[in-house]
Write a protein that binds this ligand. Structure first.
Ligand code: ASP
Length: 356
């Protein structure tokens, strides 16, 4: 990693999109319950924003929402805001609740095709008005990163999460802790930058589109996706009911270790029946690090034979939103399977053997 001290772009213009989350919340003194406040409150608590010297404009969701309310409609709203303001701003910072931040970051990474500017999501574990808040630092550094340039071009040109010192590729992250400041992990891809005294970027790790092309915003997502999380003792009824959901197009199956699952006949038969019906079944591991390698053990091999495809080292968040995106583009099951085997924006690491 190298320190890029001359990345500051003094005249940078940043659009801050405040969706909600803990960062802007206030504690009700009587009940202790946190509820969202408007952006003015947030701004009043971060006078440093003015000192940064950038032109920072803000748009806020009305009302601001807890991120458990996030979903395709709000992702579409974010995509439209970014697309409508794309030319006007050098970078975008999205303030978002931490609970579903990884889903939003993953979805946006697919929906904003040819992105050439930084889209940095951040939030906090403690509200910004609280003395020990982590929100101020997260917000200020996220803006600094969104404003950074190198050789006249944005240093970061992808959707990222900045949280507690680390800039992470958004579609590689998962929220790992409900209470630590260091809440996000990207176990299968290293940080793109680390913030200490200096912000040290790792440029070779940062996604660069092969050619600078105009942004193509995609707004259609297909919600006919389910998650099937395996556990020892899972019953046929559970699997059957998931695989027979009317209109279901794809299942992200969370398996063990390097993509292993029981090899009982009833289980494999149900899965291969679903595949024959045209349902795409993607194997991701429940481990937070490592990759699916179905050919490694016999149990995995049987899944391959049943027509299940590998999710490689994808996070569950990324696999779900990628399927929503691909089906949203009107693709058939075979096309979706082909694209699931490709890395669109650095969301998976392909094994050496399948690289072109
Ligand atoms: N419940 C909050 C949310 O995700 C938690 C947070 O912001 O950290 O909106």
């Amino acid at each position: 990693m190298t320190a890029h001290e001359n990345t500051r772009h003094d005249n940078a213009s940043i659009l801050l999109i405040y969706t909600g989350g803990t960062i802007g919340m206030m504690e009700n003194p009587e009940t202790g319950v946190l509820s969202p406040l408007d952006f003015q409150h947030l701004k009043d608590n971060v006078p440093e924003l003015k000192k940064m010297g950038y032109a920072v404009d803000a748009i806020q969701f009305d009302p601001p929402i807890d991120s458990s309310e996030m979903g395709p409609e709000n992702w579409q709203k974010l995509v439209r805001i970014i697309a409508d303001n794309y030319r006007k701003y050098d970078g975008f910072v999205i303030l978002h609740g931490t609970d579903t931040m990884s889903f939003t970051a993953s979805a946006l990474s697919f929906m904003l095709e040819n992105l050439g500017k930084p889209v940095i999501l951040t939030g906090s574990q403690l509200p910004i008005g609280i003395l020990r808040t982590d929100g101020k630092e997260n917000l200020i550094t996220a803006i600094e990163i969104a404003a950074a340039r190198e050789n006249g071009r944005p240093l970061v040109q992808e959707v990222c999460i900045f949280f507690e010192n680390n800039l992470l590729r958004g579609n590689r992250t998962s929220k790992m802790s409900a209470d630590h400041f260091n809440a996000f992990r990207s176990c299968n891809y290293p940080p793109l930058a680390c913030a200490g005294i200096h912000i040290k970027y790792d440029p070779p790790r940062i996604f660069r589109p092969a050619l600078q092309k105009p942004l193509i915003p995609h707004c259609r997502l297909d919600r006919n996706i389910a998650i099937l999380k395996l556990f020892p003792g899972i019953s046929p009824q559970v699997i059957e009911s998931i695989l027979n959901i009317p209109g279901l197009k794809a299942v992200v199956m969370e398996t063990y270790g390097s993509g292993n699952a029981p090899s009982e006949e009833w289980f494999l038969n149900m899965l291969s029946e679903a595949v024959k019906k045209g349902i795409v079944v993607v194997n991701v591991t429940r481990c937070i690090a490592g990759t699916v390698e179905m050919q490694r053990y016999e149990t995995g091999q049987r899944l391959l034979e049943a027509g299940i495809i590998s999710g490689y080292d994808s996070t569950m968040e990324s696999a779900v939103t990628k399927l929503m995106f691909l089906f949203g583009r009107g693709m058939c099951a075979d096309e979706v399977k082909d694209w699931m085997k490709c890395s669109l924006v650095g969301e998976i690491t392909l094994p050496e053997t399948s690289r072109p």
